[in-house]
Design a protein around this ligand. Structure first.
Ligand code: SAM
Ligand code: DTB
Ligand code: SF4
Length: 354
């Protein structure tokens, strides 16, 4: 690779804004595509090593049979997707899977459960999983649904690094996608997680037949949180047959989001949340390498590795290694900017400066 491989813009110490208006975010979306991606790439370089991508691995520790009615999800009891319900995995089996992920170069192990919320009787096993994965030297992330303050405290005590809890879409679209909980329920769990000192991972899904205005509202909701999420997963809907949204897209193919609009969403997330890790999450398997390259240019700097997400297929290690080689990208080794900033100033409520 050439010595000129990493072109860094001068690092900036400009404070991170959390006062974005919807109009400002809509205006970013409206920019000419090349101008938007150029600006996003500039912000990316000011705050991150632009040739580094964080590798995370997902494991479904409890699959299917979920009582929630999320219209995109194969694991809801309301979906006729053929995903069978299973019990919570044994701790040892989870640790074995984490060891494989670590050996394949993954830095973060994300464990997901198809629950509305964990039961208190599950918490001992969950705590063992967090402790065990951390002892292997990996970062831990859990996504278990809504949490009580007591459960959140137990996860924090166990040393959980991240909690994933997505807002999924704009506040005004939320009720069309999920009826068994509210947008405010999501915000309440997120603030519990933040208060407990666990890093926040929150993002959503693009391509659910939403409007541009919903995408504006989605980014706005995240970018105006008192403190931005450390990680922002941007999923492209994986349309699963037997789910409300998967079937809707099969019937109305024109509702499918185009690649350029997806890249725009990544770019606007990068510009408005400059320090966050922006994760190109579900949907990569059916995305061309060229679209993924545009996402990396527009500031995405994290992916899920391996050939499976929770229930859906993922790109796979071999094809990702080939893509990284072709694009001159490398796995991220160092610390993330928001965590480094927190370590320096002992917390950064209300917006960190890098
Ligand atoms: N049950 C927990 C919850 O919903 O918070 C955790 C697991 S849930 C599967 C995690 C996230 O995966 C969802 O919030 C959603 O953003 C994403 N997701 C689920 N199904 C998806 C699909 N078909 N396409 C894209 N993203 C999906
Ligand atoms: C997130 O935002 N995406 C991941 C993770 N958080 C848990 C989940 C993607 C799920 C894709 C559909 C499936 O595998 O069933
Ligand atoms: Fe359940 Fe989570 Fe799927 Fe919703 S997204 S149905 S809460 S597993």
């Amino acid at each position: 690779m050439s010595d000129l491989a990493t072109l860094e813009a001068p690092a900036t110490t400009a404070p991170v804004r959390t006062d974005w208006s919807r109009e400002e975010i809509a205006a970013l979306f409206d920019l000419p595509f090349t101008e938007l991606v150029f600006r996003a790439a500039q912000v990316h370089r000011e705050r991150h090593a632009a040739d580094e991508v964080q590798l995370c691995t997902l494991l479904s520790i409890k699959t299917g049979g979920c009582p929630e009615d999320c219209g995109y999800c194969s694991q809801s009891v309301k979906a006729e997707s053929g995903v069978p319900a299973s019990k919570l995995m044994e701790v040892q089996a989870v640790l074995q899977s984490a060891a494989q992920a670590r050996d394949a170069g993954s830095k973060r192990f994300c464990m997901g459960a198809a629950w509305r919320n964990p039961k208190d009787r599950d918490m001992d096993a969950i705590v063992e999983m967090v402790k065990g994965v951390r002892e292997m030297g990996m970062e831990t992330c859990m996504t278990l649904g809504m949490l009580t303050p007591e459960q959140t405290a137990r996860l924090a005590e166990a040393g959980l690094d991240y909690y994933n809890h997505n807002i999924d879409t704009s506040p005004e679209r939320y009720g069309d996608v999920i009826t068994t909980r509210s947008f405010q329920d999501r915000l309440d769990t997120l603030s519990r997680v933040r208060e407990a000192g666990i890093n926040v991972c929150s993002g959503g899904i693009v391509g659910m037949g939403e409007t541009r205005s919903d995408r504006v509202g989605f980014v706005h909701a995240l970018a105006t949180l008192e403190q931005h999420p450390e990680s922002v997963p941007v999923n492209a809907l994986v349309p699963v047959k037997g789910t409300v949204l998967g079937d809707m897209l099969a019937d109305t193919p024109l509702a499918k989001i185009d690649d350029i609009e997806f890249v725009r969403t990544v770019a606007v997330a990068r510009i408005t949340m400059p320090l966050s890790m922006v994760r190109l999450s579900a949907g990569r398997e059916s995305m061309s390498e060229a679209t993924q390259a545009l996402c990396f240019l527009a500031g995405a700097n994290s992916i899920f590795t391996g050939d499976k997400l929770l229930t859906a297929p993922n790109a796979g290690d071999d094809s990702d290694a080939a893509m990284f080689a072709r694009l001159g990208l490398k796995p991220m080794e160092g610390e993330e900017p928001m965590r480094a900033a927190k370590a320096q100033v002992g917390g950064c409520k209300g917006g960190c400066a890098a």
